[in-house]
Design a protein around this ligand. Sequence first.
Ligand code: HEC
Ligand code: HEC
Length: 306
Amino acid sequence: MMSSFWSGWVIILTLACLAFVIYVLFTTWRQQRSEATTETTGHAYDGIEELDNPMPKWWLLLFVATFIFAAGYLALYPGMGNWKGLLGWTSTGELERHQEKHDRRYQPLFAQYANTPIEELVNNPKAVKMGKRIFLNNCALCHGSDAGGAFGFPDLTDNDWLYGGTADAITTTIMEGRNGQMPAWGAVIGEKGVRDVATFIRANAGLVDNADPAQLESGKKVYDTTCAVCHNADAKGNQLLGAPDLTDDTWLYGSSQAQVEYTIRNGRNGVMPAWKHILGSEKVHLVATYVYSLNEDNKAKKEEKN
Ligand code: HEC
Ligand code: HEC
């Protein structure tokens, strides 16, 4: 929205311009001779001279027509400052109409799969392909085009889940979004506490070779009193809170001593947006099927190996 000063300025400028065009049009109209003439304008170029004949009438009428069009357009559509036009047209309204039309056309395509459970739909290559397309358009930005994740964005193909890998858990994650909240502990447990507990969980995960037993014991104490509530006594995590398993080799925020210490000292706060209002449940159903399928492949591969 323009300020009323600029709005007024635009209106005055537009109207003044139109008035000037009308003025020029009518003064030349009145000065027109009605008869064809042999007088020249005095311009001569390479022996070619210009006759001083009036403009053809149809040409003038064309000017009048464009003027009427301009006046009509400015009355109906937003063209003068903040004036919204008699039709109430807006570009967002136009976009919404297009989107509605688009939805009406494609909704049945998505709707036909809505009632098939994901566990079954995953065997339908067409549905999985549609899910993949939705994924590439909406999710790849964060999770990667191969869904392999990145620092802070979980790998969705490894069958290792923050919030659970059942069809229902994946659907809830996508529909409602998630927000993992790892508090910052630096001020609570101090720098030594951070170092000790980081060493303890990394040793637990097989990442530290010759840890000092005293440090491990001190780290375990911090762990039991401060961390076990969320990450569980066995450090295998808690999917209700999205608290990761700290014993496996999947690390959302890196497994180096420095990264783990940073996580503990400063906290982490991963945000997965909610998609129900953006995609709607039918498209979420398809993209969830795609995510589910990535891990089905994995499971199959693991089974082959065993
Ligand atoms: C703006 C970045 C972003 C986008 C876009 C995004 N995600 Fe996420 N997603 C995240 C983050 C961050 C997490 C981890 C949340 C946490 O740490 O608690 C996550 C978590 C998830 C999880 C849970 C993984 C687990 O281990 O439990 C799934 C499933 C998921 N996303 C699927 C999707 C799908 C499908 C889309 C597209 C419709 C999508 N995401 C789009 C950032 C994003
Ligand atoms: C209130 C629950 C809660 C408590 C208490 C808690 N955490 Fe966490 N922690 C989480 C959540 C949730 C995440 C995931 C954050 C995210 O998804 O962005 C997390 C993430 C982590 C990570 C990152 C794991 C990865 O894969 O990169 C580490 C390391 C960690 N916590 C260690 C600890 C330690 C050590 C303590 C105790 C000093 C602790 N946490 C206490 C909830 C908690």
